[in-house]
Design a binder for this molecule. Structure first.
Ligand SMILES: NC(=O)c1ccc[n+]([C@@H]2O[C@H](COP(=O)([O-])OP(=O)(O)OC[C@H]3O[C@@H](n4cnc5c(N)ncnc54)[C@H](OP(=O)(O)O)[C@@H]3O)[C@@H](O)[C@H]2O)c1
Length: 267
């Protein structure tokens, strides 16, 4: 047993499990989930658009842009050929890159890109990797949505709408696949201070002509503050993911798990 962030990890819990986590390279939730599931004994494959130096030689990394059908097809083909499929699929990639400044600033291209990245990437990967899961009557799929799914951000309306669609799709998929031995669930994080979140804040600061701290504060204010008093660490989200993909969560199906330090006040 190893102690990780004050949590005892069973290094054999996911032994023999083949896992795909999308977007596991840039110090955010994706990378934290890759590390956490690897420590639990799984073989974890990850993807990104850019190949980090340390992952150049490994068969556990696939370079692909998952916002395109070609990118997801490349990932599916590679996994089916080399690994015969995966047992656990964590659809982590997502995010917003649309301009701030209101609805009139959002072009068709902004909306399409946001839905391609946050919804269609998961739909295509799930569909491509489901056949071997169905054949073995076993699989676990996780979708990373956002609290913005039901608490739309003022500057991220396309992203919020795409995450709402992802949550809705995730629920339908869970209902269809549960009788076939496949569990589907989702995680809705709150404000998690990853590099991707820092880039969003920097963009907001540039567009508004204010400093980073002011933009960060205005983001916190738009959330109505965080009752627990701080933003989340990616490892905290990874811990929830590790639980949900394990057999400890064997009866959890079609549920969205909010992890937000209390930001969403409604029940
Ligand atoms: N951070 C937050 O506060 C927050 C809150 C709620 C929900 N979420 C959701 O949580 C998930 C993880 O967010 P995160 O902030 O922790 O980021 P993250 O996991 O660090 O994501 C960045 C990773 O995704 C890859 N990536 C980005 N776009 C890609 C694309 N089109 N194709 C392939 N790979 C791509 C990046 O590599 P490359 O750039 O090299 O491609 C990098 O590996 C996302 O779904 C996000 O929407 C985040």
């Amino acid at each position: 047993m190893e102690n990780f962030n004050h949590i005892t990890i069973d290094p054999m819990e996911l032994a023999g499990k083949r896992v795909l986590v999308t977007g596991g390279t840039k110090g955010g939730m994706g990378e934290a989930i890759v590390k956490r599931l690897t420590k639990a004994g799984a073989t974890v494959i990850t993807t990104a658009r850019t190949t980090p130096e340390e992952l150049k030689e490994t068969e556990l990394f696939i370079q692909a842009d998952i916002s395109t059908p070609e990118g997801t097809a490349k990932i599916v083909e590679y996994i089916l050929e080399r690994f015969g499929g995966v047992d656990i699929l964590v659809n982590n990639v997502g995010g917003s890159s649309t301009p701030t400044g209101g609805v009139l600033k959002q072009t068709d291209e902004d909306w399409q890109r946001t839905f391609d990245t946050n919804l269609f990437a998961a739909v295509r990967l799930d569909r491509g990797l489901l056949p071997p899961m169905l054949k073995q009557s076993y699989g676990v799929i996780l979708h990373i949505t956002s609290i913005q799914r039901r608490f739309p951000g003022e500057n991220t309306m396309a992203y919020s709408a795409a995450k709402a669609a992802l949550g809705n799709y995730s629920k339908a998929l869970a209902t269809e696949l549960a009788p076939k031995g496949i569990r589907v669930n989702s995680i809705a994080p709150g404000f998690t201070e990853t590099k991707a979140a820092e880039r969003l804040i920097e963009r907001m600061a540039n567009e508004r002509g204010c400093g980073y701290n002011d933009a960060r504060q205005s983001l916190m204010d738009s959330l109505g503050g965080i009752p627990i008093g701080r933003t989340a660490r990616p490892e905290e989200v990874a811990e929830l993911a590790a639980f949900l993909v394990s057999n400890r969560a064997s009866y959890i199906v079609g549920a969205e798990h909010t992890i937000d330090g209390g930001i969403v006040r409604t029940i």
